[in-house]
Design a protein around this ligand. Structure first.
Ligand code: ACO
Length: 329
């Protein structure tokens, strides 16, 4: 058995920053309301040619591979967490593989709502620890703007586009991914769902575009379920690893909403200062939220070799999960 170590992180964001005040031009909302209820000030929206889901994912991956000093040929597995692949067929994973030139890899997608990245990372970890693969990419990416109802002020203010990736390598060291807990509860899928459809529709078929492919959400019930589930799964992870909140150097939560993060911090015995937060700048980037924040924290030098790092997620499905790592580099 090997350990699975993250040896590189990367992220990518579209150029266009959409401010709260700009959203206020087309729905009845205000910067003041959005900041008070969510902590979000702006988010990135992918509008340009060359900023598709696979393009953003590949860019984030290239940055992670550069940090890890890993070539495309060395990759033997690419797992992408996403709900907005550019096409229904093929997977975003195969499109990323093509852009990277990673000809020796197997590539596929995982759909787990905002929890997609931790589901991808756990899949990569299991493949690595069993010896089935040596060097892999786990990616979280979403162009969630493509499935938003821009007339619904209850949802369109919350989300944004982005990508994050990590390179995972098999190692005989003691450090690496220590635990993964994943959960889902399909009974509650109607708290957050898209009615139908896929994000890509060719221009010639524009008239046939599903009218209701956008997200529908019960925000109040989601809020409570998110706080309870994140707290439970974080406590489970601490217990399994025989760690206390004090042992955790940095906690990277899913960046859904500042109030969800604050309420989770209050329920857990982990100081709020240890939570890494960028929801103010990017909103909720769905599957990209955790790897994007992890990469930012890493590049700012906030994570040191040997640190205990906790990742916690929650999303549509419903799905939730946690991962505890001992940082390798
Ligand atoms: N601007 C102004 N007013 C608004 C807006 C808006 N953008 N959205 C809703 N309102 C109004 C409502 O219509 C309501 O008005 P009323 O009192 O006249 O009926 C009022 O504000 C209060 O609405 P609530 O829904 O009760 O507001 P709440 O404080 O619950 O905040 C929010 C709503 C931000 C959506 C919150 O419930 C939330 O964050 N839920 C979690 C949702 C989430 O994060 N989903 C992402 C995916 S799941 C995940 O990642 C965890």
């Amino acid at each position: 058995m090997f350990n699975a170590c993250i040896i590189g992180t990367g992220s990518a964001l579209p150029e266009k920053a959409l401010l709260n005040s700009e959203i206020g031009e087309f729905v009845d909302t205000s910067d003041e309301w959005i900041v008070r209820r969510t902590g979000i000030k702006e988010r990135r929206i992918s509008l340009k040619e060359g900023e598709g889901t696979a393009d953003l994912a590949a860019l984030a991956s290239q940055k992670a591979m550069e940090m890890a000093d890993v070539s495309p040929e060395e990759l033997d597995l690419i797992v992408v967490g996403t709900v907005t692949a550019d096409r229904l067929v093929p997977s975003a994973g195969c499109m990323v593989q093509q852009i990277l030139g990673a000809q020796n890899a197997a590539a596929f997608d995982i759909s787990a709502g905002c929890s997609g990245f931790l589901y991808a990372l756990t899949t990569v970890k299991n493949a690595t620890c069993s010896g089935a693969c040596k060097t892999a990419l786990a990616i979280g990416v979403d162009r969630i703007s493509t499935i938003l109802n821009w007339k619904d002020r209850g949802t369109c203010i919350l989300l944004g586009d982005g990508a994050g990736a990590v390179v995972v390598k098999a190692s005989e060291k003691e450090t690496g991914i220590l635990s993964s807990h994943l959960k889902s509860d399909g009974r509650l899928w109607e708290l957050l769902y898209s009615k139908e459809g896929n994000s890509y529709v060719p221009e010639c078929l524009e008239g046939l575009k599903p009218k209701s492919s956008y997200l529908v959400m019960d925000g109040n019930r989601l809020f409570k379920k998110a706080v309870n589930s994140l707290t439970d799964i974080a406590n489970q992870a601490l217990k399994q690893n025989n760690l206390s909140g004090e042992d955790i150097s940095i906690l990277v939560p899913h960046q859904a909403n500042m109030r969800i993060i604050q309420a989770t911090a209050q329920s857990l015995d982990i100081p709020f200062e240890k939570f890494y937060i960028n929801v103010d700048r990017y909103g909720n980037t769905s599957s990209a939220s955790i790897p994007l924040a992890l990469d930012e924290a890493n590049r700012k030098g906030l994570i040191k070799k040997g640190d205990y790092v906790m990742l916690i997620t929650f999303g549509a499905g419903l799905t939730w999960g946690s991962t505890v790592l001992r940082w390798c580099f």
